[in-house]
Design a protein around this ligand. Structure first.
Ligand SMILES: [Mn+2]
Length: 361
């Protein structure tokens, strides 16, 4: 198992890369979407939580794809710091809104995603994490609920207001859209959209040696903002895998999101999917409670026994990357860094212990 760190777009700098190395990481997962772009209430030192209409910010330039040259430049910077680039996390809503919404630009956007996958293969980035979600991460609230009063996020009941036209997955892709709301679709329709997406892009991913890795819906409710969700119970990940059997159809398994789900046993789920070698990489995060009432916590204070999670992964021969998901904000001048360093140190300690125990057996 390898230790990694997820970096937002604005964190792709030598200082953040050095921080990752210093904390013991060998790999990074990179967000190329700037979620914070022109957002009205998103401090950059925390995970984005959303402002007006629960939106994060303005999506990227639809005309500017992520070029091969730009990927190679970022790879060079990561490797210069002694790290490896494991995954791109998330597609830009500007580049795939009509794949999610089944709109007129879908054919062009599918071609663009295929091009990106080819470029990832050429650059040597093995994983593309994605969220096939219309409502995105909606409905969360913030408060001093972590240990020692650390500010963290949670949920106090469902998010039911509709999504304004021109936005999808927490971001605005068309600021000039007609007033109104994104029409509600059925769960079958959403699964059909995912199935068509996988059919269209998986052959390209197989050729490029890239794995697509699906994140479950966070928060995992059947419906959020009047839109259906795909994976909101642990067993539904299996539906997604069985929809398109392929080495390139894999999971970005999020321990925190799984823990928020109302059914199933998180340890069984992690055992089941790691045994199938279907986990591309993992988000590690702890929580207390279940949707629609839960709180994110420090890695060592929630409902999940993280040592048990990591030992199941080790037993099943998982050799991929684990990264902290998000953490509570620690009270100091570098809240993001402190939270990440705490989680990374904790996970590194557990991994070292498991290794020692394994050698003694
Ligand atoms: Mn996650």
């Amino acid at each position: 198992m390898k230790l990694g760190l997820g970096l937002y777009r604005h964190m792709l700098t030598p200082d953040y890369f050095a921080f990752a190395r210093q904390a013991g990481c060998t790999h990074v997962v990179v967000h190329l979407v700037d979620y914070f772009n022109e957002g009205d209430s998103n401090p950059r030192g925390n995970q984005p939580t959303g402002g007006k209409n629960r939106l994060w910010g303005i999506a990227g330039d639809p005309e500017k794809q992520w070029t091969l040259e730009s990927l190679k430049t970022i790879r060079g910077q990561i490797e210069a710091a002694g790290l490896r680039w494991e995954a791109i996390e998330n597609l830009d809503p500007a580049h795939w809104h009509d794949i999610l919404l089944d709109g007129p630009k879908r054919p062009q956007q599918i071609e663009n995603v295929k091009t990106l996958i080819r470029h990832m293969g050429e650059t040597g980035i093995p994983v593309l994490g994605y969220n096939f979600s219309i409502a995105g991460v909606s409905g969360r609230v913030k408060g001093p609920w972590g240990r020692g009063g650390a500010v963290t996020v949670g949920m106090d009941g469902p998010a039911e207001d509709p999504i304004p036209n021109g936005s999808v997955w927490n971001m605005i892709y068309d600021p000039r859209a007609e007033p109104g709301f994104v029409p509600t679709i059925t769960s079958d329709e959403l699964w059909d959209r995912l199935s068509r997406f996988l059919d269209d892009v998986l052959p390209e991913a197989e050729k490029a040696g890239v794995r697509l890795a699906a994140h479950p819906d966070d928060p995992p409710l059947p419906v959020v903002r009047q839109q259906p969700r795909l994976v909101y119970q642990p067993f539904m990940y299996q539906w997604l895998l069985d929809l398109a059997p392929s080495q390139s159809n894999a999971l970005e398994l999020c321990v925190g999101t799984l823990a928020e789900m109302t059914e199933g046993d998180i340890y069984d789920a992690i055992d089941r999917y790691s045994k199938q070698q279907k986990i591309a990489y993992l988000h590690l995060r702890n929580v207390t409670g279940k949707v629609p009432n839960y709180r994110e916590t420090f890695i060592d204070e929630g409902d999940v026994d993280m040592t048990r999670v990591l030992s199941i992964l080790q037993r099943n021969g998982f050799e991929g990357v684990v990264i902290p998901d998000h953490t509570p904000q620690m009270t100091c001048s570098a809240a993001w860094h402190a939270g990440m360093a705490h989680t990374l140190g904790y996970v590194a300690g557990v991994l070292a212990t498991l290794k020692t125990i394994g050698q003694k057996r």
